[in-house]
Design a protein around this ligand. Sequence first.
Ligand code: SF4
Length: 388
Amino acid sequence: MSLGIYIQVPFCQTKCTYCNFHTGVVSSSRFAPYATAVQTEIREHRARLAQAGISLSDSFEKLAVDTVYFGGGTPSLLDPAHLQAMLDAIRETFSPQFREVTLEADPETVEPAKAEAWAAAGINRISFGVQSFSDVELKAAGRMHRRGDVYRAVPILHAAGIHNISFDLIAGLPHQTPESWRNSLDELIQLAPQHVSIYLLEVDEGSHLGSEILRGGAKYSATAVPSDDAMAESYDLARTTLAASGYLHYEISNFAKPGFASEHNRKYWRRAPYLGFGAGAHSFSGSQRWANHHDAAAYVQVIAAGKIPTEQLEMISPPQALEEELFLGLRQLAGIDLQVLQQTYGVSLADRFTPLESSGLVERAGNVVRLAADRLSISNAVFVELMR
Ligand code: SF4
């Protein structure tokens, strides 16, 4: 077993209309104190977690850290020296055997000197929030970059020696049409990233666009959002187009060229341990889950005051662990092995899946159950049925 480390950088240049993350647009003068606080949290995590009633065993602390993920927000906004310092704090605190070190980046933030510094720091994977190749859609969504920035950024990364690149696209952005979506997929395939994430637009109160749609307003191009059916068709088109271009579909939202599935994100779905540092970061030890304060300013103050930033702590009971195995396991296209779960948790699950199998929501081959390929776009409905 190995350990993953996630570092949350909750700062962005603007707020995208569809974004429901806890991120803020702040002065760049706040970046350095934040990076310093994260280093302190990393170096002193054991003592501070103990204050919160979370004790990590010696064997846990000795686990090799093989994946690191800088997520956000827009971590590529930080000075590369800050990223390097956070990685050095990990190297000096844990047992580093870095295999995959990912930085989420916005395409317009990529410059040759930065990319070279990222590579020198040990970053070997870039995850781009591309979202669309249509400037009309990007503008309406409040994105800072335009299509041309993606074409400019990719060769810069290659020149710096970073060849493991992931693109995110969002199905359901305002003004998206079947033609513009097909074009975005075509352009993506031309650029040949090693990994692709396809997300469906989330409509909830947490984003400007989502709350506008829910109250029936027209701001943020809310009336130009494709229907749910159109979004599902876009997802299915992505699935078939990417498969035809050599991408393996390994998780509901994720596709990879062989050998390029995200090792870090796989830890989440496989319930492997990970530690999160920074405001709003989540952690999982195998038996406990906890999360830090969302507010970045409060996080920096709490760390400076020598306290713990942890605000939620949950012991995971065996029944909860089983529910997690089902929910997270089914997100992976490989599915779940009922026999393994039965041996681990001492409960038979076969009957639970029979109605879902009869209604075509899941497929079963021997002991392995997986979501039916043509129902992946309604996976949430399948999970609701399963948890009844
Ligand atoms: S760049 Fe990402 S995290 Fe930042 S506002 Fe846009 S969607 Fe949200």
